[in-house]
Design a protein around this ligand. Structure first.
Ligand code: N01
Length: 488
């Protein structure tokens, strides 16, 4: 292989994607990488989301790195802190800390065509040069604060689920939760038993299916540690179970949707006795159109005396609470914003300036597009993790991420081995790929309602329209002919 030390690689972000990429680079014998992380600790989503009840909604045997399987998950769906511990352990095991620059935010990246290098500028105005960049900055990172009048007028405590303030004690307080998405279904049942009063402001009810979470007994964990074959088998089974259920979640098929609706309605009936309440909690959009939620106790929370479902729309926030359009003031001591995230994968995380001075935001003005979700024409040697149209609606995102890591690694290995200046995906190849993705999108269920999956114009640049296995097959082999290649 070419000169390994003269090929500096920047990994941006120390979440699952960045850590996974670093491990695989190391395993391939490539040591010349630096991980840049804007926060003071690694972990991404699992460092940031510490609200009560925060956990994975994909079984942990699949929601972990296939090359770092963990026999010790304490339960089927690990909590946020357990996942963070797992990531910390993996970082230590692979001695990644020495390659890490924490508290270092990349604020600009500029490609220099002459040298085939990216110049990365940090928030401290330092500049780093990288021959290749693996951008693992995450897709759902920065909290989305709702555009509600008077948000800053509230005199009580206010916090977003993704920025939980653990100094605030909610015990015996009147708490309002705005939002009923994946974060809300976890936080609501966790705080309902301890607060005096919980008002949940629902704009759109969600389809929720059973989670069937369970603790893994010690003997099983010991067994899985001793016989890794069964750990791999467990992952295999859980992965294929989610894949095979995929069509119910993503295809625009009335028949398949009915299966999902039946599962969800069963879940609602077993948790809520009151038919009136059930009606108010029942969605009126097609199953799968928004992310299907997973919980055994979210709906049951509404049966509690101290929990109130508010379906009147919000007029504004005042010093003492939330005013709804019917004129009522719902007084609260604390407001929890379970209002989701800004969609990071559809825009450049910071100014990224490629060939001929074109920015990534300019390239994505009509919607975020990347070949196989990873490479963008005009931005050579830049590999996006969890990029456009690579999100799953039905299984572990890490299956896609690992495919991306492997693809980037193949390209980087080629660049190094053949002493190339750069590999730039051909515009025609990228256009053809995207046309195929958008054509398939028409058969998917996501166009029928409003969700974070969609851009303002209704186009979908976030999810992958198909099975994870198909994506993995499609990305398995680097097709050099798809790239414009320049020698040094
Ligand atoms: O956010 P969301 P989330 N007034 O965008 C409501 C991942 N995740 O944090 O549906 C009133 O889903 C909004 O209402 P509506 C997962 O990929 C994973 O819950 O737009 N309400 C909605 O109910 C997930 O999809 C895990 O009408 C307002 C809610 O806020 C993604 O993160 C766990 C409002 C936002 O729901 C986001 O989930 C948690 C307003 N002005 C999250 N603005 C895992 O377990 C917004 N809403 C892996």
């Amino acid at each position: 292989m070419g000169n390994r030390t003269n090929f500096p690689i920047a990994i941006i972000g120390a979440g699952f994607a960045g850590i996974g990429a670093a491990i695989q680079l190391k395993k391939a014998g490539i040591q010349s990488f630096t991980i840049f992380e804007r926060a003071s600790e690694i972990g991404g989503t699992w460092r940031d989301n510490t609200y009560p009840g925060a956990a994975c909604d994909v079984p942990s045997h699949v929601y972990s790195l296939s090359f770092e399987q963990n026999p010790n998950w304490s339960r089927r769906y690990a909590t946020s802190s357990e996942i963070q511990e797992y990531l910390l352990g993996v970082v230590d095991k692979h001695e990644l800390r020495e390659r890490m620059r924490l508290d270092t935010e990349i604020v600009e990246a500029r490609f220099d065509e002459k040298s085939g290098s990216w110049f990365l500028t940090t928030n401290e105005s330092e500049t780093f040069t990288a021959r290749a960049v693996i951008a693992g900055v995450g897709g759902l990172v920065d909290p989305s604060y709702p555009n509600i009048a008077g948000l800053d007028q509230f005199e009580g405590e206010m916090m977003h689920t993704a920025r939980w303030n653990h100094d605030v004690d909610l015990r015996d307080k009147r708490v309002a939760v705005i939002g009923t998405g994946a974060s809300a279904v976890q936080v609501v049942p966790s705080i309902a038993p301890i607060v005096a009063m919980l008002s949940i402001f629902q704009r759109t009810p969600a389809w929720v299916v059973g989670k069937f979470d369970a603790l893994y007994p010690n003997w099983l964990r010991r067994f899985l540690a001793r016989v890794p074959f069964f750990l791999r088998a467990s992952r295999f089974v859980k992965y294929w179970t989610s894949e095979l259920r995929g069509p119910i979640v993503f295809f625009n098929s009335r028949i398949l949707s009915r299966i999902g609706v039946a599962l969800s309605m069963w879940n609602l009936r077993r948790q809520v006795k009151d038919p009136m309440l059930r009606r108010r909690l029942t969605p009126n959009f097609q199953f799968g159109c928004k992310r299907v939620l997973v919980s055994d106790d979210y709906w049951a929370s509404f049966e509690r005396e101290n929990v109130d479902l508010v379906t009147d729309s919000i007029e504004g926030i005042e010093s003492k609470g939330i005013r709804t359009k019917d004129g009522s003031l719902h007084e609260a001591d604390a407001i929890v914003l379970a209002t989701g995230f800004k969609l990071g994968l559809a825009t450049a995380p910071f100014p990224i300036i490629g060939r001929q001075g074109r920015t990534l935001d300019e390239a994505w003005a009509g919607g975020a597009v990347a070949y196989k979700g990873m490479t963008v024409a005009g931005f050579p040697n830049w590999f996006i993790m969890m990029g456009p149209n690579t999100g799953p609606g039905h299984t572990s995102v890490l299956v896609y991420t690992e495919a991306q890591i492997s693809h980037a690694l193949q390209a980087i290995t080629k660049l190094m081995a053949e002493n190339l200046k750069y590999m730039d995906i051909r515009q025609d190849v990228q256009d053809r790929y995207n046309a195929g993705i958008q054509k398939r999108m028409k058969h998917m269920v996501w166009g029928g309602c409003k969700s974070w999956y969609l851009n303002e114009d209704g186009s979908n640049h976030s999810l992958y329209p198909g099975f994870a296995a198909e994506y993995v097959l499609r990305t398995r082999k680097l097709r050099s002919e798809d790239y414009e290649i320049a020698a040094l």
